[in-house]
Design a protein around this ligand. Sequence first.
Ligand code: NDP
Ligand code: MG
Length: 395
Amino acid sequence: MRKRRVVILGATGSIGESARKVARDIPERMEIVGMSAHSNADKLHAAAKEFPNAKLAISSGPDGVERLVELATLPEADLVLIAIVGTGGLRPALAAIEAGKDIAVASKEILVMAGEAVMTAARRKGVKVLPVDSEHNAIFQCLEAAKDEGGRMKDESSGPAAQSASSLIPHPSSFPSVRRLILTASGGPFRQMPAAQLASVTVEQALKHPTWTMGAKITIDSATLFNKGLEMIEARWLFDVEMARVEVIVHPQSIVHSMVEFIDSSVLAQLSTTDMCFPIQYAVTYPERVPNSLPPLDFAKLARLDFEAPRLADFPALTLAREAGETGGTLPAVLNAANEIAVAAFLARRCSFPAIWETVARVMGEHRSIAGAGLDAILSADSWARTRATEVLGV
Ligand code: NDP
Ligand code: MG
């Protein structure tokens, strides 16, 4: 039994809180050795009382990124959980990889923006990128379940590709029996709202997520369905699969966290109660499972699980994300950056709800994607899109 020494970047957020809960629940398997907050020093110091050995960092100062990089490369750490909202976790994530640490990624934005760079660096260093987003963690668990005891995919021939894949998370591309990855979406608070009413929804309505309690940015993303759009691109990079094989189905109960369909049309799904402690724990104890105090599912009480097609015409986020993921290059970074600016404007009551996707669509339309873009080109596209989205919104 291995104890993981974990750094949590974004320890004061919703994911950070769940990660601290997991550490209290399975102390023999998880020790917190570092924690960061952006500006909430009081909450960080309160958290530090429970984990007195953890080194601390505040990232809102002028040298914030350096403080995060120091924490992400602590010699005593072996796993870095990136739970920072937005793209602020990218540099520390790359630094952790360079220092040979495994990373557990909740911050989907960094994989949308720079998924190729992150995954290539991780492969080169032989470190793991463990998905924490519940859908990707579910797919990861389904792919793991399809492995044999020797750690190889059941239908994989031995050889160099299989060897290198086995040190990483499973790869559908080196796993020919996978047909589709099916991401489930709750549908958000406006799943059944007539399209005409979407123009007048308020911040309070959008912040009322039906099944999950999360930070404000991802809650708004869940209402527009950009969250699921970002997750499609996240899946494309995490599992090295083309966008055409990533699909979305609305499942209002959020009990089936995602599914993998195989070429024989069999489907594996991962289910649990709605709590981010499940995927965080699996990322920490992987490849093992350990008992915990989380509530098991009561199927008789659940009674039913519903599924329906997403409303693509009324919620353009999914189509925009598919286009960005298929085009690749700098376009996903542009989609992500314009969305971050528009969500902040909506939360500040400076734009309407539909203005979020209208802004993203317009900024994407003005951008000419650079194929095979390196990190510099991606960072400059990100910064261009932030400026352009701010201009378009007039905020
Ligand atoms: P929260 O807003 O609750 O927390 C964000 C955390 O990041 C806080 O610790 C905050 O510090 C810190 N932070 C904010 N801005 C910066 C910055 N610019 N640089 C460094 N640190 C910063 O977010 P969530 O926990 O909900 O989400 C975190 C990430 O996880 C997001 O990318 C989200 O998409 C993803 N995710 C979240 C899920 C959830 O259930 N919440 C589910 C799946 C994915 P401070 O408190 O000081 O402001
Ligand atoms: Mg998710």
